[in-house]
Design a protein around this ligand. Structure first.
Ligand code: HEM
Length: 253
């Protein structure tokens, strides 16, 4: 392990460097040795998997809150109750922000960041719901369509941005409820789910605690958001970006 100055704890890169040229089984000729190229690839993987996913979640959630100012007000009311107006939001406040949790879930339901997740390969023959899926098939899960399926949600209300639908439901995003799997499910689901959700929630809470967000004059609320397309990787709320270029935030009084 490379010693760090001032007794600082080791970070992710320290741990990877400590494994440099390490062999997982010195008796096995084919044993895997971690070299600098592997380390660079792992770090790149982590950067790609964590940055855009988190920032795009924040963008989509803010887009929906701009379209639904009464929901933004409810989030701010919750923040005023939990945090008050005399200090900034802290990570320890997050567990008490239950309405914000529901808002984030609803945002993921309509705007999953990886609409088709990541392609998987089936390891064995299997029949699910009468559909035979042979071994070694490429399996693509359309979580975007599941989030908008009237059979999974409500016939009429699936189109609406309605965080309250999660109020009494025991729906988590850990992959147990297949109606809401923005981080995938099972052994290959996102390993960064905890970190990702903390970052997203903290950014949203701090922005909404400090700012009243509104559209510039003349912009109608229904114009925000981007409903037209599905992209195999990250979706973007394009028109939100346009609005963000114009100053729309006023510091809360
Ligand atoms: C907050 C937003 C995030 C979202 C919406 C998200 C979503 C996803 C999804 C859908 C997958 C594919 C799961 C599957 O194939 O079924 C995935 C994989 C992955 N994510 Fe995330 N992720 C987020 C944040 C992060 C963060 C913060 C990290 C790391 C620090 C991370 C690291 C990874 C890695 C390494 C994989 C590949 C796992 C594997 O192939 O076994 N993600 N993520």
């Amino acid at each position: 392990m490379f010693p760090r100055q001032n007794n600082q704890p080791n970070d992710f890169v320290d741990v990877l460097l400590s494994l440099l040229n390490d062999c997982n089984d010195s008796l096995d000729e084919k044993a895997f040795v971690i070299d600098r190229t592997n380390i660079k690839a792992v770090i790149l993987d982590m950067i790609v998997a964590s940055l855009d996913t988190s920032s795009t979640t924040v963008e989509w959630t803010l887009s929906e809150l701009l379209r639904h100012p009464h929901i933004m007000k409810r989030v701010q009311k919750e923040l005023d109750g939990v945090v008050g107006m005399h200090r900034m939001v802290d990570e320890k406040d997050l567990s008490s922000l239950t309405y914000l949790d529901m808002v984030i879930k609803e945002s993921y339901r309509l705007h999953p960041i990886a609409p088709l997740l990541v392609p998987h390969e089936s390891m064995e023959d299997i029949t699910i719901d009468g559909y035979y899926i042979p071994k070694k098939s490429r399996v693509i899960i359309n979580t975007w369509a599941i989030g908008r399926d009237p059979n999974a949600w409500s016939d009429k209300a699936w189109r609406l941005f309605l965080p309250e639908r999660f109020k009494d439901a025991n729906t988590d995003m850990q992959g147990h409820d297949f109606r809401l799997i923005p981080f995938g499910s099972g052994r290959r689901r996102c390993p960064g789910i905890q970190l990702g959700l903390i970052v997203v929630k903290l950014i949203l809470a701090q922005l909404l605690h400090c700012f009243d967000l509104e559209l510039p004059n003349g912009y109608a609320t229904f114009g925000v958001g981007y409903e037209g397309d599905i992209w195999p990787c990250n979706t973007k709320s394009y028109s939100f970006n346009c609005c963000a270029n114009i100053s729309f935030a006023v510091l809360r009084k």
